[in-house]
Design a protein around this ligand. Structure first.
Ligand code: GEK
Length: 328
């Protein structure tokens, strides 16, 4: 699928970045993309790629990335084309991040990712003209909103090939724009890029076994003066409070560190970030994360204690997410 990334690789290799770590990364990218989308590693990938290849071409139409991610409108293509669009998009179920509107098909995703976007937008440096990295971007929903907010270029990274193909399905309809989702984990990002004006890490830190290394990797990817936007699960408590669930947390078995806000602020300072601050704290509701027709597995309501929704099924505090902003 390297052909999907030609624009990005060209942009990263060209002046004024020639000779920088960003340009060196462009050379490594084809091999990284091939490994991240290897059909030998991911058995379902051929089926997802077939769905992508079978998406019909629809004449360019209105695209709104500012108020949501909405492409065209219901009735702007014939009924058979609309049915085909829905059929191919459904081949990529589960859709977790969204929602999307694509020529009359409403992808009602597990998450109302637009709510998180609305919570954070008033608190971050305006994205106009900025080069942005979104770590753990899922299918790229927030990346589209970053572009809609004026970002010069958005690079998302996520190791899940299903989400990467979902992104390409949306891009198929939006058309050529300076946004990409690469099939990579943060650990594959070259050290010391110092390239991005804004770096987002949302919903990733608690999945990392070493949160301090994650913060270092994020800091090293930012240019001096750049801004970090970090969102993660937190617990109540003061400096030093942190929960490391021994077993699962809300049915997830890859959850490591859930700090209090004070604790994470001190980790950010220790990692070299300037002026870290908490801009939002929000208990996740079953209106924001729920099973839908496009994500039919269990969701938040199944992960909570049925007798006390303030607790997870394991008896931990129920998911509360905090948003942090800091500069380097
Ligand atoms: N090593 C890794 N490197 C990068 N990404 C990873 C890694 N491991 C897992 N992921 C990816 O991180 C994402 C976490 S979801 C947040 C999505 C979006 N940011 C959101 O804020 O809605 C969690 C949530 O739902 O909160 C998934 O897409 C993983 O594939």
């Amino acid at each position: 699928m390297i052909e999907y990334y030609r624009d990005l690789i060209d942009a990263l290799s060209r002046a004024p970045v020639a000779g920088t770590p960003l340009a060196a990364w462009a050379e490594a990218l084809p091999a990284q993309i091939a490994a991240g989308l290897s059909e030998r590693r991911y058995g379902d990938l051929p089926q997802w790629r077939r769905a992508l290849a079978q998406l019909p071409a629809v004449d360019a139409s209105e695209v709104d990335l500012e108020h949501g991610v909405s492409i065209g409108a219901s009735g702007d293509c014939d009924a058979a084309t609309m049915q085909n669009i829905e059929r191919q998009l459904r081949a990529l179920i589960p859709w977790r991040k969204g929602p999307y509107q694509v020529h009359g098909t409403y992808i009602d995703t597990e998450w109302r990712s637009d709510w998180k976007w609305e919570r954070l937008l008033p608190h971050i440096a305006p994205l106009q003209g900025r080069l942005v990295l979104d770590v753990g971007c899922g299918n790229g929903y927030h990346g589209w909103r970053m572009l809609g907010a004026g970002a010069r270029r958005v690079i998302g990274i996520d190791p899940s090939p299903r989400f990467v193909v979902q992104f390409h399905c949306i891009k198929h309809f939006v058309g050529r724009r300076p946004i990409d989702v690469l099939p990579l984990g943060i650990e594959q990002l070259p050290a010391g890029l110092e390239a991005f004006d804004t770096v987002f890490s949302m919903g990733v830190l608690y999945h990392r076994r070493s949160p301090m290394d994650h913060l270092r990797e994020l800091r090293e990817s930012l240019r001096p003066g750049g801004q970090l936007v970090l969102e993660t699960l937190v617990i109540e408590g003061g400096l030093g409070t942190v929960l490391v669930p021994e077993g699962r947390y809300a049915m997830m078995n890859n959850v490591w560190f859930l700090p209090s806000c004070e604790t994470l602020l001190s980790w950010l300072r220790k990692s070299g970030f300037r002026n870290p601050r908490v801009v939002d704290v929000c208990v996740t509701t079953t209106a924001e994360q729920r099973a839908t027709d496009w994500m039919r597995f269990h969701s938040l309501s199944d992960f909570l204690d049925p007798h006390n929704p303030a607790l997870t099924a394991e008896g931990h505090p129920a998911p509360t997410r905090a948003l942090f902003v800091a500069e380097v």
